[in-house]
Design a protein around this ligand. Sequence first.
Ligand code: ZN
Length: 456
Amino acid sequence: MTIKFYNSLTNQKEDFVPIREGEVGMYVCGMTVYDNCHLGHARAMMAFDILARYLRYQGYKLNFTRNITDIDDKIIDRANENQETIDDLTERTIASMHEDFLKLGLDLPTNEPRATDHIEGMINMISKLIEKGHAYHSEGGDVFFAVRTFPEYGKLSNKNIDDLNPGSRVEEDGSKKDPLDFVLWKSAKQNEPSWDSPWGLGRPGWHIECSVMSLENLGKHFDIHGGGPDLLFPHHENEIAQSECASEHKFANYWMHSGLLKINGEKMSKSLGNFAMLKDLFTSYHPEVIRYYLISSHYRSSLNFDNESLDQARSALTRLYQAVSLAPSKESDFHDDSVKEFIDSMNDDLNTPEALSILFRLAKSINSCQDTHDQMMYASTMRELGKVLGLLNDSPEAFFQYGANLTDEEISKKIEERNQARDTKDFQKADQIRDELAAQGILLDDSSDGTTWKKS
Ligand code: ZN
């Protein structure tokens, strides 16, 4: 069975056929570096980490390019706010991002280009677009892309040029010839970083960055372009317009987008102050718990994060680690049927929830079988498949002990919750709480006098 991906360009699942046999070129829009990463960033990055891992597992030679946007209005504003230089802000933020991503087990991309290292390429592409009549230098000094010169504009987002409402989407700008046009080069304002260009001092617009960094790392035509859900329009639509007009060639074959992440049913936003920052989550949860949580839903589905999400993920992952810890940790053969079913699930547009269910079945087999050789085989298969998903990489002991610093009060509260669950015959929840506590080294002892606990 071949791999099938949902292609946002055609709105359907398609067989994946790479341009060059055995090789894949993939570009993913990376971070704009002005603040630490939150769970929404992790969700998008995780989707493409799983994709990258799976393509490599399937034997593809992968060129995975993920950019860093290190010049942008938000960066300039934040540096001013913090009274620090843009370089200091971006270097610090990039280091923090690398630290978070490493903890989450996000494999490093093959290339991680930074926008400010590709200004010359951007100037070249803009010049080419002007030459071909797709862009113009306005009276105000900025250079704009003329959207109506690209009849296919809207093909990714399924929008018709004439239905676009520029008033709500595009900032009105007196020097544009058409309100739909978007900026390629912004003329320099005072106290802003700028580069010399044929249109005077200035800096690139955001969209042109990705068109150029993908061109310089993957060529004009490559296999997969991905990003978070908010990038589909206008960012990716604009990338297509720029790239295809400049190269007169198809840009990316497959467009893939991760789903939304909401927090307590609301969009993450500054005004609501509901950003789940990764560094905060790491203080209580093993990074694999966060990874497990993110991949326990399909990458395209809408995900709602609430207070219980990570506790549930932790107790689920604890069950897998408990099973692995029962089997002698020696290498063994694999359970071929499970491997095959795992591959079938992943081939189906990276169905990670189904792939995880195969790990749980293996865990059940370990728990119920007596034969050491079989246990080893199930455990080896679990570790092997876990590795493809970036799970079960830690030792069970280290996993169980992670964040094991509950206060007596917190433990009593958990026991009380468990008692309530048992009273209402919600034994699944009761067991989940027991597992959760066990994961943190807290063992419960039920007797006729009630429940006591001790540290393992
Ligand atoms: Zn981009």
